[in-house]
Design a protein around this ligand. Structure first.
Ligand SMILES: [Zn+2]
Length: 86
């Protein structure tokens, strides 16, 4: 098993647009077929997710002037810099 620091599962899920299992803002389990409602700023990648969308764990989130990063102890770290499309 890879250590959390080497794990890119969450980043990969976000970058490939994989359907979240848990809501990134509320941590609620999303049932199949249910529509996910994100705030416009969250959808644009401007708002930091609070929960890991793969396991629903509360993430350690750090907001910076230029973005944010969020860490799930299981699924690794995501930085908003990776998600901003230019
Ligand atoms: Zn996770």
């Amino acid at each position: 098993m890879a250590r959390a620091a080497d794990n890119n599962d969450l980043l990969e899920a976000l970058m490939t647009g994989a359907a979240p299992i848990y809501h990134p803002n509320t941590g609620q389990c999303i049932s199949e077929g249910e529509e996910i409602r994100l705030s416009p700023s969250a959808r644009a990648g401007l708002e930091a997710p609070r929960y890991c969308q793969i396991c629903g764990r509360r993430m350690v989130v750090q907001v910076r002037p230029d973005g944010w990063d969020a860490v799930c102890s299981r699924h690794g770290r995501v930085d908003s810099a990776y998600l901003v499309q230019r």
